[in-house]
Design a binder for this molecule. Sequence first.
Ligand code: GAP
Length: 437
Amino acid sequence: MKTRADLMEKIVSLCKRRGFIFPGSEIYGGLSGIYDYGPLGAKLIRNIRQEWSKEMFRQQENIFELDSSILMKRQVWDASGHTSAGFTDPLQECKKCHHRFRADHVSDSNKEKSKCPDCGGSLTAPKKFNLLVETHLGPVKDDSSLTYLRGETTQGIYVNYKNVKTSTGAEIPFGIGQIGKAFRNEITPGHFIYRMREFEQMEQQYFVRPEDAEKYFDFWKNERMKWYLNLGIKKANLRFRAHEKNELAHYARAAEDIEYNFPFGWHEIEGVHNRGDWDLSRHSKFSGEDLSEIDQKTRKNFYPYIIETSAGADRVTLVSLVDAYDDSDKKRLVLKLHPKLAPYKVAVFPLLANKPELVKLARKIYDDLRPQLMTAWDDRGNIGKRYFSQDEIGTPWCVTIDFDSLKDKKVTVRDRDTMKQKRVAIKELADYFKKHV
Ligand code: GAP
């Protein structure tokens, strides 16, 4: 087993080599904090989105799905607090090489706070740097056309709170969830896809009576932790961390992060927040639209409290890769992904590519399985090489069609993790795999 720093390097290299994740705009030298998902990575992150959607919109009750726009009126971000001090990171610049750093990261990595980590030059005093990515809408590029790419997906939920409630007849407690891109001008993106400038969030807002907020905060904490465990993430690598009062975001009354034990330390993958009445009261004030509720008993108005669960799809992708990566067996590298997450569930091989009768039967099995499960085809090299190639990308089962298959109508199914092989009847194959996925 290699050191943990090596592990990140190996994962980055596997991702590039096998087509999970590529550096953004790579042929132009790359773009810091931006990555593209390749043929396998696009499948992996799609499976993660699907698992989140299944959990929120099927397993849980009363959560409504939304797909709101990335661009919103600029006032949304004034109301949310993102254009003011709330959404800033402390920035320091080197007086010599003019590189810029996040002050809290410099102090993490460099005992001597005032020195530049790149050239040793002295740094300016920290100043506030806003993370919103600016853009202009319309033909005139002036202050009146300025707006932002959304810094979190959740603001689209608050802006549509009334629309969803009215169109569905929902009564609190209920939730609204959505998956989508968010953008932040991070000062120091890094750790591969851990901290990016364009990333994807899976956010759910649960609207409750103020007196129920604590109860639902605990409920959602538990539900979210269960979700990671059900994806097969190792329990020992997951923990909660409560925010101290001085690190709470501008909107939060209480917050706990779900953290993962990455090769670069324990870091946040999801936040569970009690946002109190901050969002609906602020949007009511700024928009003029009353988003309060009436208490049926007292006839008094109140703003629902919001319990938010906010996960990063890219961070969950990185967690699934790190947690699954296993090169403890010197002879092979295996991605022990949960079958639900594996890009391909099954790979089909004819034992010999130059035997038409084997290829014909293998092709038929491949064609039958493909509409039911993500199925790969491989007829290159020998069977051992094909197994190793599928192990590296996490395919849980390989199916080999040999000469016996032509007679007994059975095939060899090889298990990725145990490497055990067994004969399974061709007509039972699809059910055999589906039972496990
Ligand atoms: N709506 C609340 C919110 O956005 P956050 O803690 O700033 O809270 C929530 O972000 C989640 O979004 C994080 O736990 C992380 O998974 C993901 N995330 C935030 N910034 C990110 C970045 N720069 N790159 C990748 N993922 C990020």
